[in-house]
Ligand binder design. Structure first.
Ligand code: ZN
Length: 314
């Protein structure tokens, strides 16, 4: 069993998708999400794989019974997977989760072979400074994957590696782009040492951390959405840690998969589109009501509201 941790937006799902695409093996995949909507679950490329989503909260605080239940389900299958991947939420402290995974009952059927910490090359320093979860994710890993190195300044990257070495002097460190690690080598590893956990203290979290989901039942006005994005997401990198979801922008033929990590974002065309949008926010001290009001102000007017004007023109 490979456990994949790492802070919000580090690229865990990209790495999992890379593993699914590169490995010929049958994988059992468990995805834990801190936000409510199962966005990560829909971003995992399912192919023939078996994907279970645990969305009750971060696994370090809640839902560990669900994790055990999911594993028991996998263990009982007639066709057992060759390997199990557990993707932890971006704010999960891996120590309590591993305590569960190293429990005798779980160990009878599964062995944790590797604990991966995925880090975003551009944000390691600020993330470590501001979020105690991030240090935990790094500290216990036997493999640290520095991701998005193509987007990071080389000098900063060298410094970041020094700092993370201070937190984790023993783990192997790999530098990769877009989660492209050697999948076969990862699967073959078996060097996670449970003793590394020692007497890990209770889980820690960033104060004021919260999540909410904004939903819209009508397409968004593209210009108003741009304004919302600039003002409420990009201009607040210290508060808005992660945003992801699907947008239906008026007059766009496809839905948009929107993802932001601090002040960097991507927007990609995605299949489907039914006029609805769903956006998960994870941040510090965000005022949900303020966000909801601003987001709903981006909707195109309701068709029913337009009717009288059309009649007047006729
Ligand atoms: Zn937690």
């Amino acid at each position: 069993m490979i456990v994949i941790g790492g802070f919000l937006g580090a690229g865990k799902t990209t790495l999992v998708n890379h593993l699914i695409r590169s490995l010929p093996h049958k994988l059992g995949i468990i995805v834990n999400e801190f936000g409510q909507a199962g966005v990560d679950g829909s971003l995992i490329e399912r192919l023939e794989q078996d994907v279970q989503e645990l969305t009750a909260g971060c696994l370090c605080c809640t839902g560990r019974d669900d994790l055990v239940r999911a594993l028991v389900g996998i263990a009982m299958r007639e066709q057992k997977p060759d390997a199990v991947l557990v993707e932890l939420s971006g704010v999960a402290d891996p120590a309590p989760v591993l305590t569960t995974l190293l429990d005798r009952a779980v160990r009878a059927a599964f062995r944790v072979t590797t604990l991966v910490a995925v880090v975003d090359a551009r944000h390691i320093l600020s993330t470590l400074r501001e979020h105690p979860e991030a240090a935990r994710q790094l500290a216990y890993a036997n493999l640290v994957v520095i991701n998005k190195t193509d987007l990071a300044d080389p000098v900063l990257l060298g410094h970041a590696e020094e700092v993370l070495r201070g937190v984790n002097p023993l783990g192997q460190v790999l530098r990769v782009e877009q989660g492209q690690i050697d999948a076969g080598a990862l699967l073959a590893r078996d060097d996670f040492d449970p003793r590394a956990l020692g007497s890990a203290p209770a889980s820690v979290h960033t104060p004021g951390l919260r999540t909410f989901t904004l939903r819209a039942g009508r397409p968004l006005d593209p210009y108003l959405w741009q304004c919302f994005m600039t003002e409420y997401i990009l201009a607040r990198p210290a508060e808005v840690l992660r945003v992801k979801g699907f947008l239906d922008l008026y007059s766009y033929p496809q839905r948009v998969l929107f993802q932001a990590v601090r002040d960097l974002f991507t927007a990609d065309a995605w299949e489907g589109g039914d006029g609805t949008s769903e956006l998960v926010f994870i941040g510090k001290g965000l005022d949900r009501a303020e966000y909801e009001a601003a987001f709903l102000a981006c909707l195109i007017p309701d068709a029913a509201d337009l009717l009288p004007d059309e009649e007047a023109g006729a």
